[in-house]
Design a protein around this ligand. Structure first.
Ligand SMILES: [Zn+2]
Ligand SMILES: [Zn+2]
Ligand SMILES: [Zn+2]
Length: 172
């Protein structure tokens, strides 16, 4: 039993070191960021997310229970729910200022995307002669784009075609 305790203490210490060095706690790669108390690199975080999604699909109650448990634990220890770093004594929120900033920024970005998306399709429906790309200028000739956007997209297409041509003529 003692051995197992030592092992988990060691792993805990290792995770702390990784976190301090901003290294992924799974593969040790640099440039990791902290998610639910564990530092993960982008690749491992993606895997972790997929794994969790899969778990949730298979057994949602179990995952919700786990989430609730970790919430309770974070609350008890007065640590940030996301990064598990200790919270300042007087902080009422469940996340530290840093994590709070990150999540509110993400939320804002998401909202902005949704609003743009909805209003854009609505706007196009009600303004059939406005450029569908910038929504600012009238359309050019018979295209759905204004003159500037038309040229931009032609240039972008040209680039893509050149890239493909290079790819096709490459010798392997
Ligand atoms: Zn990793
Ligand atoms: Zn935090
Ligand atoms: Zn335009």
């Amino acid at each position: 039993m003692e051995k197992a305790d030592n092992r988990s203490a060691y792993e805990k210490r290792l995770r702390e070191v990784h976190r301090l060095l901003n290294r992924c706690s799974k593969c040790g790669q640099r440039d990791a960021y902290v998610m639910a108390g564990r530092a993960l690199c982008a690749g491992c975080a993606e895997k972790e997310r997929n794994y969790r999604r899969q778990q949730y699909q298979q057994n949602p109650e179990h995952v919700l229970l786990q989430n609730k448990k970790s919430y309770e634990k974070a609350k008890q220890n007065h640590v940030c729910l996301r990064c598990r770093r200790p919270l300042p004594q007087d902080r009422q929120a469940m996340t530290c200022q840093q994590c709070n900033q990150i999540s509110s920024q993400r939320r804002r970005e998401r909202q902005a995307r949704n609003i743009n998306y909805v209003s854009k399709t609505e706007f196009i429906k009600t303004h059939p002669d406005i450029c569908t790309r910038c929504l600012k200028a009238p359309r050019f000739l018979n295209y759905k784009l204004c003159e500037k956007c038309y040229h931009d997209s032609v240039a972008a297409g040209q680039k893509g075609r050149e890239g493909r041509k290079r790819w096709n003529t490459m010798n392997f």
